[in-house]
Write a protein that binds this ligand. Structure first.
Ligand SMILES: [Zn+2]
Length: 254
């Protein structure tokens, strides 16, 4: 095995894999032959278990955001390509990771970022908690993703029909929070802001969802000096979005 086989080198890997795909119409798994594995024409069951292409890792925050948006477009269209899930890539990532994006999303079962953005292994560093709130633990995790792993973009992802926000609205209307208080308390400022802007009824939920995303975006650099410095130096871009469950589209909050 040569030195390139045991370490992540997605750019080099992509170049080589693309050349192979273009030349022979074969999946990237043929690269296993060059790394001491079995070739695609061999007898290994793994040789037929590969999936989509290996995409280049984005080099800038703008490119990272673009890759997320392109992935979401594929998800919306129902045409995912399942990138970066080859067996060799998984093996190469076993010792290190360089996710290009961090995502703070809701724990809701309908909002998995890897699906919504058609991402693969090692692409996105995800923190999920009901209501996509920024607790100290989530904030420290997101700092780790940028400062240690080098992620280029930090997306705060809300979604419609959020149960945490609906519960928080109930609490705002007088219902006891009970053991949900750590979540519903954190969401009260967003509900107050939405109400202050005149939102009522179902529109209140949508407005509070967007307000919460914006508040979390603003809170993260306040809660973490490291995140603030990364934003200030241009190494990190914080963006917000709301996932619309019915069509899968992530509406970016500009
Ligand atoms: Zn939710």
């Amino acid at each position: 095995m040569d030195a390139t086989c045991g370490r992540v080198d997605r750019r080099g890997f992509l170049t080589r894999s693309t050349a192979v795909i273009g030349a022979a119409g074969l999946p990237p798994l043929v690269m296993m032959a060059a790394c001491g594995g079995q070739s695609a024409s061999g007898s290994s069951p793994a040789a037929t278990a590969t999936t989509g292409p290996v995409l280049p890792r984005p080099a800038t925050p703008a490119e990272a955001l673009g890759q997320l948006e392109e992935g979401n477009q594929r998800f919306v269209a129902g045409k995912p390509i399942h990138p970066n899930q080859t067996l060799e890539l998984r093996q190469n990532l076993a010792g290190s990771q360089t996710p290009y994006a961090s995502i703070l999303g809701c724990a809701d079962s309908r909002t998995s970022p890897e699906l919504v953005f058609d991402a693969g292994v090692g692409d996105v560093f995800v923190c999920r908690v009901a209501g996509n709130i920024a607790s100290p633990a989530e904030t420290a995790s997101l700092l780790y993703s940028q400062a240690v792993l080098g992620s280029e973009v930090l997306l705060v992802l809300g979604h419609d029909d959020c149960g945490a926000l609906k519960a928080a609205i109930d609490v705002a209307n007088g219902k006891a929070a009970g053991e949900f208080a750590p979540l519903t308390d954190a969401l009260q400022p967003a509900i107050a802001a939405a109400r202050g802007a005149g939102a009522t009824g179902y529109a209140l939920l949508a407005a509070a969802t967007a307000a919460n995303v914006r508040m979390v975006m603003a809170a993260l650099p306040r809660m973490s000096t490291g995140i603030a410095q990364a934003v200030g130096s241009g190494k990190l871009t914080i963006v917000g979005g709301v996932l619309h469950l019915a069509d899968g589209k992530v509406e970016m909050l500009r």
